[in-house]
Design a protein around this ligand. Structure first.
Ligand code: GTR
Length: 341
């Protein structure tokens, strides 16, 4: 397995990265088949990239080198929305994205993105490891994607250039960057702020230039994008715990034998606990480094007002019986965990 070098983005949009790779890739697997090409918006040392790297190693082992993975990290192939589009038409084999850019493609992916749905990391993990997770992974096939596994993305909280946020009042009129998802736009508007959708790669510059006042993300992304340098107020609203997802293009999937499909799924599943361990360490490390660097983090002791304002957002986005059933299943898992503890 090898890392991808820099590629011309326009060329990628035109032919698909698989098309480019077919002519340019050297160092193929033993059989001469080209590696699976995978995209990630995060830098090479981020836990999502490390997890797919682990998966690639495992897959090579399991297939005696016939199938490997080549990763293009650091958003070099474009935004999550653009690379997802390329993946759906088969121009890219694998893509590790957040659920947000899938919200517009498949309504079931909205559910784990709902604000304040999960009450703990354990609740989120059990839901995604169980039946609700399977339903979401399977819901992608009609959109030419195979959902392979979920990775953790922790808790998203707000950060901004101006002041600590303790109540929604503190956010009135602030320009907050969101991912490309109507759910996130609605969430910000319901809180009284202004939503500005933009790709992750543009956030740092926009904060520095004052195009936006803030954004929302987990500790590791707040650190790795250097957003903290411009926006030092990190307020722990923990409003969303939407996971990351690894998807494969349906067209590439269909070219695999049944036995190889099983091995791809096996390697993906095996990468989940590896990712979780790396993730937990990364969250703790990022938090410590950021506090040392002098950012100002504050707890939000009373989230009731934030939660009340999210009720119409839930009503707007949870509409079909299938979505409602998924919400109930996830809530039941939370109730069970609550009674057990
Ligand atoms: C990160 C996530 C990325 C991307 C990013 C963003 O937490 O890992 O996939 O969704 O947030 O805000 O764009």
């Amino acid at each position: 397995m090898s890392e991808g070098s820099h590629l011309n983005r326009r060329a990628v949009m035109k032919t698909g990265i698989a098309g480019l790779a077919a002519v340019s890739v050297s160092g193929c697997g033993q059989s001469g088949a080209r590696p699976l090409l995978s995209s990630d918006t995060h830098p090479s040392d981020y836990p999502t990239v490390e997890a797919v790297r682990f998966m690639g190693r495992r897959l090579s082992e399991l297939t005696d080198g016939r199938i490997s993975i080549r990763i293009y990290a650091g958003g070099q192939l474009g935004s999550e929305r653009d690379t997802l589009e390329i993946t759906t038409f088969g121009g890219l084999d694998l893509n590790r994205v957040n659920l947000a850019p899938l919200n517009a493609i498949e309504p079931m992916t909205l559910i784990p993105s709902l604000p304040f749905l999960f009450s703990s990391t354990e609740h989120m993990r059990q839901s995604l490891d169980g039946a609700p997770g399977d339903v979401i992974l399977k819901s992608l096939e009609p959109h030419n994607l195979i959902g392979l596994c979920f990775y953790d993305s922790g808790e998203r909280s707000f950060y901004n250039t101006k002041q600590p946020i303790l109540t929604p009042d503190d956010m009135q009129g602030m320009k907050i960057r969101v991912q490309n998802s109507d759910l996130y736009v609605a969430m910000i508007r319901a809180l009284g702020a202004d939503a500005t959708p933009m790709p992750l790669g543009e956030v740092y510059q926009s904060l520095v230039q004052g195009v936006i006042d803030g954004a929302e993300n987990n500790w590791p992304s707040y650190e790795s994008g250097r957003h903290f340098e411009a926006a030092p107020y990190y307020s722990l609203t923990r409003h969303v715990m939407a996971p990351e997802i690894l998807v494969m293009s349906l067209s590439r999937w269909r070219k695999l034998s049944d036995a190889d499909k099983d091995l791809v799924v096996q390697a993906a599943r095996e990468s989940v606990p590896v990712m979780r361990e790396l993730w937990d360490a990364r969250v703790a490390g990022a938090r410590e480094r950021l506090l040392e660097a002098g950012i100002e983090s504050n707890e939000v002791n009373d989230l009731t007002e934030f939660q009340t304002l999210m009720e119409p957002v839930w009503e707007r986005f949870v509409v079909t019986p299938d979505q409602q059933s998924l919400v109930s299943q996830i809530q039941a898992i939370g109730d069970e965990l609550g009674t057990a503890s």
